[in-house]
Design a protein around this ligand. Structure first.
Ligand code: ATP
Ligand code: MN
Length: 465
């Protein structure tokens, strides 16, 4: 049995006191060698790098080493020595090895290196053990941490908005229903409709598609708030940019107008990307090398350059004048597709773009109406490779205008009474936006498919693990 205090490999690789005895624990990535000496590459997920364990077979018997194969989990006690091999400064000369868990080479799915991302999706329960997913998950953590840091430094408060919601008019997408009723025996009203009075909450409820409406309630009391939680959209779109369950960050700020909102979005994204460049370089270098040779350069470019800001109408003019053949033809009034967004960003401006003042008919009811009667004070931030990464707006703070718009769009006013009340009692100009967390991680990691930047993706027909 290996005893003694374990040191994580991330720290062990920094040690300089050669000759001292240390204990490391982790999963075997590879084992090679001959009948005199074995080399084990050990990884514990705290850092992308492995530590090399050198085993002298006259010290540790072949019998003990036999189950030490790729994927097995071991503890090693040994002496820290300077490494003679390339690419590492320290290694461990093993004195004792204990095997916690074996991994049968005939059945362990990650026995070989270089699996496709598609294959790894099928074994999502094991893929965190690969270099790629280790890197992605560590970056994901760093970004979550930086998000809280950014808003905390600004004095905004983290508001927990509900995951189960009773309003089916958040307007951002199709919803998953939440019920405890027996679907084989639904209670019916006299008119033959489902009787939601019998359901858990006494009304129809769903999983939230956005925390914004409740976020506004927080902003109109605490000034600046942000949400950071899971959102659910039952959209049947199998794209590399959509999940059925994803995480969203939604700041909402009283007294901010649309310009302040754009400034906040741009500062926020640059802060996060700069944070990744400063704190995640090992993982970024790996991803840059393996998947996307321009990744680090692209991240630096976004940090260093001002985003282009222009109205939707101007953007549409540029798209029409481009002469480019799009799958979906462009005319004023359409909801821009990702091919259009990416043309503006990648071909025309060659940098991130913030489009504003969209036609009111393609945007949500709560956006502030412009004087022209046709557009609303919306803003979408468009990124290279991603298209829309942020969607936001200044909110309509005028009670009558908001109520008219709700009625015009045939939304159930009766379910929104509490939201409308905020415009009756101490209304204030305010703005906010939603950043899709996985879209951010897509951009920062350079990965191509959103299923590969969340540990357990939820997509149509896929919720196994
Ligand atoms: P899109 O047009 O790309 O479907 P949207 O306009 O429906 O997005 P919003 O309602 O504005 O998106 O949501 C705010 C942000 O949440 C988006 O800018 C995007 O980053 C992210 N987002 C939206 N839908 C999804 C999804 N299904 N999966 C992952 N992220 C999403
Ligand atoms: Mn949007």
């Amino acid at each position: 049995m290996v005893t003694g205090k374990r040191i994580v490999i991330k720290e062990a690789l920094q040690l300089k006191d050669f000759g001292s005895e240390i204990v490391v624990k982790g999963w075997v990535r590879t084992r090679r060698g001959n009948k005199n000496v074995a080399f084990i590459a050990l990884n514990d997920g705290t850092i992308i790098h492995n530590i090399q364990v050198v085993v002298d077979l006259s010290v540790i018997s072949e019998e003990i080493l036999k189950p030490v194969t790729t994927g097995s989990c071991i503890a090693v006690k040994g002496q820290l020595v300077a490494s003679v091999g390339q690419g590492q400064t320290v290694e461990i000369q093993a004195k004792e090895i204990e095997v916690y868990g074996t991994a049968d080479p005939d059945t362990y799915p990650l026995q070989k290196k270089g699996h496709s991302l598609e294959f790894l999706r099928e074994i999502a329960y094991l893929r965190p053990r690969t270099n790629t997913f280790g890197a992605v998950l560590r970056i994901r953590h760093a970004m979550a941490f930086a998000i809280h840091q950014f808003f905390n430094d600004k004095g905004y408060y983290y508001l927990h908005t509900p995951i189960i919601t009773g309003s089916d008019c958040e307007g951002a997408g199709a919803m998953f229903q939440v019920t405890t009723m027996n679907l084989n025996q639904l209670p019916k009203t006299q008119e033959g409709e489902i009787d939601y009075n019998e359901d858990f909450f006494g009304k129809m409820t769903s999983l939230t598609v956005s925390g914004q409406l409740e976020g506004e309630l927080g902003a109109l009391a605490l000034s600046g708030i942000y949400t950071f939680g899971p959102t659910f959209r039952a959209e049947n779109s199998n794209t590399p940019r959509h999940l059925a369950e994803f995480w969203m960050i939604e700041p909402e700020v009283a007294f901010n107008d649309i310009i302040d909102n754009m400034d906040l979005a741009e500062d926020f994204l640059k802060y996060l990307i700069a944070y990744a460049l400063k704190n995640c370089m090992d993982d970024l270098k790996f991803l840059n090398e393996m998947y996307d040779k321009e990744l680090i350069e692209r991240l630096q470019f976004v940090v260093d350059n001002q985003f282009e800001r222009l109205p939707y109408t101007k953007g549409v003019e540029i798209l029409i004048a481009s002469g480019q053949k799009f799958e979906f033809p462009v005319q004023w009034g359409i909801d821009l597709q990702s091919e259009h967004e990416r043309y503006l960003v990648e071909k025309h401006f060659k940098k991130p773009v913030i489009l504003t003042d969209y036609p009111k008919d393609i945007k949500a009811f709560y956006m502030k109406q412009n004087e022209d009667g046709k557009t609303v004070r919306a803003m979408d931030v468009l990124f290279p490779r991603i298209g829309e990464i942020i969607g936001g707006s200044q909110r309509e703070e005028d009670y009558d205008k908001l109520k008219n718009r709700i009625e015009e769009m045939h939304l159930p006013v009766k379910d929104l009474w509490w939201y409308l009340d905020t415009r009756k009692f101490g209304t204030a100009p305010h703005s906010g936006f939603g950043l899709g967390f996985e879209r951010l991680i897509l951009f920062v990691t350079g990965m191509g498919n959103i299923r590969d930047v969340i540990p357990f993706p939820r997509t149509p027909k896929n919720a196994e693990f």
